[in-house]
Write a protein that binds this ligand. Structure first.
Ligand SMILES: NC(=O)c1ccc[n+]([C@@H]2O[C@H](COP(=O)([O-])OP(=O)(O)OC[C@H]3O[C@@H](n4cnc5c(N)ncnc54)[C@H](O)[C@@H]3O)[C@@H](O)[C@H]2O)c1
Ligand SMILES: O=C(O)C[C@H](O)C(=O)O
Length: 341
């Protein structure tokens, strides 16, 4: 009976009734956002408040979250919103969370690399992950804070030390690379952007971002130079925004969108929706590197399957070999930091 009036939408993953309201049958899910008062955190809080799969939305930052939470809480959607500020409230913010999204930390200014953020963000991520291990060790962790190529290995080491590490539950969010690759490809190939699928593999910084345009659909007859330009633009997408913002930070709105897409996919997987596949930077055996971004099938326990790369063009094969040394050293830097500090 319930089945006949409830449908799952493929675009939002929402459980909707015929009238479009969130169904009571969607299980309760708590989502916590750490860094919720920031440039990404605020629009991401808004987008997660709009997601009918969320029943409890917990907004944490060092300051400013009571205001963000009061504001967002007036939106007439399913979730109950709470704001938490300061160290002493972090435990409460995390307790019982199914998904924790982390956009906490400093963003780039023009002229900086993501690795230049390491000194500040590594410590922030380490302390937040220590609290996750204590208060919600089974949550799926969506790491947005840069440099993702190092912050994910830091998180893994923190969880290992705490005895809570489960490689199926830790994700570096690389969805913005996919979002950009889709947009830029659609523009060049003159196809409907809503139809475009492009995997992006590797990591999340410069040349470690490797879009696989040879696998893009709908197919288009783009020449080598066009593919090279699209690849470079995708790799430099973050820098394009940093420069345009001229000192006022990096991508926030497109990142909030991408973060909301990825968190929604995690929630769908937890809820048992089949065939939920997104690219993410995860523990991996796809290459000889311990962490690598590729397509991942999401399920009730997080990562259900890390999918392989599929056939690569010669240009992509070269890109794959070229990215490995940088990605390896960023991973090692994260592991070393977590073990030395
Ligand atoms: N993965 C990606 O694709 C991607 C995309 C864009 C930005 N980022 C990264 O996301 C991070 C945040 O970017 P932003 O533009 O939102 O920055 P922001 O400075 O606007 O916001 C960061 C927020 O984190 C908070 N914060 C700092 N320390 C904290 C702590 N210990 N606990 C909780 N919150 C804390 C700050 O108070 C602030 O509100 C940066 O590291 C940026 O490089 C990643
Ligand atoms: O570029 C940045 O510093 C932020 C983020 O990683 C992005 O890709 O936009």
């Amino acid at each position: 009976m319930l089945r006949s009036i409830v449908r799952r939408t493929s675009t939002t993953g929402a459980y909707l009734t015929r009238r479009g309201f969130a169904s009571e049958s969607a299980p309760d899910r708590k989502v916590a956002i750490l860094g919720a008062a920031g440039g990404i955190g605020q629009p991401l809080s808004l987008l997660m408040k709009l997601n009918p799969l969320v029943s409890q939305l917990s907004l944490y930052d060092i300051a400013g979250t009571p205001g963000v939470a009061a504001d967002v809480s007036h939106i007439n959607t399913r979730s109950q919103v709470s704001g938490f500020a300061g160290d002493e409230q972090l435990g409460q913010a995390l307790e019982g969370a199914d998904v924790v999204i982390i956009p906490a930390g400093v963003p780039r200014k023009p002229g900086m690399t993501r690795d230049d953020l390491f000194n500040i963000n590594a410590g922030i991520v380490k302390s937040l992950c220590t609290a996750i291990a204590k208060y919600c060790p089974h949550a799926l962790v969506n790491m947005i804070s840069n440099p993702v190529n190092s912050t994910v290995p830091i998180a893994a080491e923190v969880f290992k030390k705490a005895g809570t590490y489960d490689e199926k539950r830790l994700f570096g969010v690389t969805t913005l690379d996919v979002v950009r690759a889709k947009t830029f490809y659609a523009g060049k190939a003159k196809v409907n952007v809503a139809d475009v699928i492009v995997p992006v593999v590797g990591g999340h910084a410069g040349i470690t971002i490797l879009p696989l345009f040879s696998q893009a659909t709908p197919k288009a007859n783009l020449g080598d130079e066009e593919i090279e330009a699209l690849t470079k633009r995708t790799q430099d997408g973050g820098t394009e925004v940093v420069e345009a913002k001229a000192g006022k930070g990096s991508a926030t709105l497109s990142m909030a969108y991408a973060g909301a897409i990825f968190a929604d996919a995690c929630l769908k997987g937890l809820n048992g929706v089949p065939d939920v596949v997104e690219c993410s930077f995860v523990q991996s055996t796809v290459t000889d590197l311990p962490f690598f971004a590729s397509k991942v099938r999401l399920g009730k326990n997080g990562v259900e399957e890390v999918l392989g790369l599929g056939p690569l063009s010669d240009f992509e094969k070269q890109g794959l070999e070229a990215l490995k040394p940088e990605l390896k050293s960023s991973i090692e830097k994260g592991i070393k930091f977590a073990n030395d500090n």
